[in-house]
Design a binder for this molecule. Sequence first.
Ligand SMILES: Nc1ncnc2c1ncn2[C@@H]1O[C@H](COP(=O)(O)OP(=O)(O)OP(=O)(O)O)[C@@H](O)[C@H]1O
Length: 797
Amino acid sequence: MHFSSIFLHNPSKTLDHRLISLRWMGGGPRTFPGGLNKWQWKRMHEKKAREKEKRLLDQEKQVYQARVRSQIRSKLEPSEKPDKNQPNYEPLSPQDHVKALADRFMKEGAEDLWNEADGPLKNRATKSGKIGKPIDLEKLSKEKYTRNASSSLAEARHFSTYTSDFGNDYSRKMCSGFDLLGSSRRGILMDVCNVLNLRRHYCVDAMTTNSKRLSFARNESGLVSGGESDSKLSSKWPRFSGGELDSSDDDEEKGELENRGNDTMKIVTSNAALGKYDTKTKKRVPLKFLEDEDDLSQQVEAIRKDVSERSMQEDEREMTEEESVLSTKRFDECDVSPFTVRALTEAGYVQMTSVQEATLSACLEGKDVMVKARAGTGKSIAFLLPAIETVLKASSGSTVERVPPIYVLILCPTRELASQISAEANVLLKHHDGIGVQSLVGGTRFKVDQRHLESDPCQIIVATPGRLLDHIENKSGISVRLMGLHMLILDEADRLLDLGFRKDMEKIVDCLPRKRQSLLFSATLPKEVRRISQLVLKREHIYIDTLGLGGLETHSKVKQFYHVAPHDQHLQIVHNLLKTHTSQVPEYKVIVFCATAMMTSLMFSLFREMKLNVREVHSKKPQLYCTRISQEFKESKELILITSDVSRGMNYPDVTLVVQVGIPLDRGQYIHRLGRTGRQGKEGEGFLLLAPWEQYFLDEIKDLPLEKCPLSYLEHDTQVKIGECMEKIDTSVKESAYHSWLGYYNSISSIGRDKTSLVEYANQFAVSIGLEKPPALFRKTALKMGLKDIPGIRIRK
Ligand SMILES: Nc1ncnc2c1ncn2[C@@H]1O[C@H](COP(=O)(O)OP(=O)(O)OP(=O)(O)O)[C@@H](O)[C@H]1O
């Protein structure tokens, strides 16, 4: 029943009733999703359909453009020549099309060369939509001759757009046989082809006097210009034996050809003559595409330009990577004391490094800052500059006090690093009278420290946590002086905040005023460290990461290698590596990192026995000795430094190779050690040697560009020599090495958890250093390490 009939038959019904009836009666829902009515819904779908159609057309266009681009590229980068026997469905260029038509014409002498693939019989429609007249080639050519050079090209372009259309005209007008065309038309056609810069040309072989033959010549590089290239072509292309021309035509033609100067052509026979072009192998493309293709040379030029620009950008990027350590900003442009700038200039520092530029303003503003920057990029000066400015500012505002306060406290994990930083601070303070820096590190006499603190100016202290705590706990008066602290700096902050130093750090921070500025610097700042940084930093601190998101923590110019081999091969592998490197690199400078001080001592003794040019630095050596060796290693070349972790933050210039024997404590330690080479944007190499059971560490550094180093041949003679030299080393040194090894690996949680395996590995190590049996442990030590009842562990009575 229809709605209207209900309405008519029930006039008393209310509007609501009618609406209800409407729903009940109607064919399907009257409202559509989104509250649209039927017409809105319909219009929406029509619109969508139109958009889809447009999108498809656009896609088609893009596909074509991509194809044209790939063709151009393939022409720029010559690849394998396509197989001519295979059908080719690529778009046909105007030149190819002209040639194909002419070929067909010559092969068949056909009246009508049109076939379906050639497109419409008429020339293209005019703008008004009407179909134009067939093209009069003769007229067109005549017109062309009367125009000047610039308009010729435009005409040629215009002509090219017609070429595929005039297939029929062409075939008719170009006669039923090319010879009927007459020399003038042939000339005209040749000229048109030339103007079009076609790659195939009608050629008349002037050298062939008797039988002048018509042919096409293929010239991949452009126009046929006579001479050598022509003869090459004529030999390349087989001769055509049909369609002879009469001599009068020939003379006329010669004249025309001569008039055209360099475009003098020869008759050479073509593949077309042999009927190879009979089969149309290329699919015809729409006219609008052919128009695009006419701009081929411009596109080629654009792509060439693009390629060269890109390669230039690539070079520039490599250069900037090399020079990225230095920024364009100079120290004298910054807001630092002119005395400091003078000292910097005298030390040879004019431009800032990137990290110095990135951090200075934030540090000078008095904010808490946490900085991550690669090793060897100038972090020390980055924090020393604000430190000096803080002292200057604080000194200028304060009255003379009975106990002069310490304004800046710099903490570092190692003595060597502390000494290095205080030396660098002294360089910058050269022209600041009355401002002094002192270092408080272990291994020196406590009383001497105290005397210096009392007698010398000391607004800046560089200390290791252990020695500073000694001073605080011994009530040497330093606690009172620290109450005036303005700035706390942590260099290698990740190391200072990890478990080894945590307790000391907590105690120290408790003795410092809360109202202070804190700066944390390191080359590595893992997430855990960032979390516990609140121990030192204010909540609203600034985090500056000069590496950027996902940036590598190691330098790209440092090549990194690793090798996995059993313990008993380690010493020989290191020996081989050192021998090879020292013989290949003229000004070598190598650092070999060992896990512990006693291991360092053992390796040093061995390589000294083996007549390598080695030095040692580790915590078991007196501080004065270490300072002397450090200085020597800084200043010399052709030296090998065997060291423990005490050298991990040291600035030794021009180190060529860093070797790490055994598993590093963590990823940070690996990166810090590796950072001794490739400093200030220089090149370097790193080598990590692991035992098979230590391989799991590679997972921790899997994002770094480490390459596996193939095993070099281990000579038996070297092995024998190592054995002999090892025998000469005192057993106590080897035993200490064993004990320290056990202690070190026991402290690495991942290894120390499985005591039985640990002891097994320790025994392998004992054998590798020439111990007949693993030395016994003191009961107390064994208990402390949880090794008392582990099989394979001997306890001293
Ligand atoms: N502005 C500068 N211009 C030239 N050289 C500089 C500049 N700043 C620092 N250097 C030099 O760069 C080298 C590395 O500096 P520094 O030891 O401070 O690096 P770092 O980033 O602290 O390294 P690490 O993380 O290993 O401790 C030093 O030899 C230093 O003299």
